[in-house]
Design a binder for this molecule. Structure first.
Ligand code: SF4
Ligand code: SF4
Length: 308
């Protein structure tokens, strides 16, 4: 297995392996917190209940979980309203292409040896922390050495035996012991001093990745990203080397921007669909009008009327 990991590392991934035997512990960790009422039921049902801890569904005979992180920047998307350009940021982790790259690489290396790899649906931050790939920040984001929180996590099953089972206790990042920057800056109060677990149902990322009106207590000034939230990542000293790492994404013309603010239906031209697909935003396409207006409001900008 070591040469498999080397191949991934040569391509810029950081990788760990753990035995499949730990799936039950992952499952118990989520279940235990749910049983204790530490998640709101709505958040649990929407975000945690769908994990699958049974590899037989995708790869009978799986023996190993390969967990990997690939560096990822913020992406800047530009919309134009009233003749002016407005940059919107997408936090690291939303771009999916590293998963495809890793999957292709794993299959290419493993299949000549008669082994396979398959996708997983597992709690990735917890798995990364328990494999030693990263550690939790006080904001419950997983930090990876030399990447900070600027990465995308992924995991695969394989029937290839693990060279090393790096399973361990999940640790709080060393730097967090004397730091409260994320707690002090979080606009929603999702990070509190009385417990490690984020109040995820108060996190903007949870709220703006799902449809519906924002709760009344969410102030307009809270919004800062096209999807997700960057506030706690931006203030985190662990991210200092990466904070300015912003790559240009798409730029939408005034007409396209107004279309995107309108009712998201089949009238969106294929060219815009394609560009949203390239940004891995199609999953959120129906949320974009609300989120764009929210960020514009946070900037104290008049929200343009798509009917005009
Ligand atoms: S801001 Fe400070 S406390 Fe929060 S995750 Fe970063 S280092 Fe830890
Ligand atoms: S992502 Fe935003 S809302 Fe969520 S914990 Fe961090 S600062 Fe708070």
């Amino acid at each position: 297995m070591k040469h498999v990991l080397w191949e991934l590392e040569k391509q810029g991934f950081q990788v760990r392996t753990v035995s499949i035997a730990h799936l039950l512990e992952l499952q118990e960790a989520i279940k235990g917190r749910h049983d204790k009422g530490e998640f709101s039921e709505e958040f649990y049902q929407e975000r945690l209940a769908d994990f699958s801890f049974a590899p037989s569904e995708s790869l009978p005979g799986a023996r190993t979980i390969i967990i990997a992180a690939f560096p990822q920047p913020k992406i800047q998307v530009v919309f134009r309203f009233h003749g002016k350009s407005f940059p919107f940021l997408i936090p690291p982790t939303y771009l999916y292409y590293p998963n495809l790259r890793a999957e292709e690489l794993l299959k290419r290396i493993l299949s000549p040896k008669g082994f396979r790899a398959a996708r997983t649906n597992l709690p990735l931050k917890l798995l990364a922390a328990r494999s030693g790939l990263g550690s939790f920040g006080r904001n419950n984001i997983c930090y990876v050495p030399e990447m900070g929180s600027y990465h995308r996590l992924m995991a695969f099953y394989s029937d290839y035996p693990a060279a090393e089972d790096s399973w361990q206790e999940a640790g709080l990042m060393e730097r967090c012991r004397n730091c409260r920057a994320c707690l002090q800056s979080c606009p929603t109060g999702a990070i509190t001093a009385d417990r490690f677990l984020l109040h995820a149902d108060r996190c903007l990322t949870y709220l703006n990745e799902k449809p519906g009106d924002f709760p009344d207590w969410v102030k307009p000034s809270f919004h800062n990203a096209l999807v997700g939230c960057l506030t706690c990542q931006d203030v985190c000293p662990e991210n200092a080397p990466f904070r300015q790492w912003v790559e240009p994404g798409e730029e939408f013309s005034e007409e396209e921007s107004l279309l995107l603010l309108g009712d998201m239906d089949e009238k969106l031209p294929a060219s815009i669909h394609k560009r949203l697909q390239d940004l891995d935003l199609m999953e959120y396409v129906e949320l974009l009008p609300r989120n764009v207006r929210a960020v514009l409001a946070a900037l104290n900008k008049e929200s343009p009327d798509p009917e005009k």
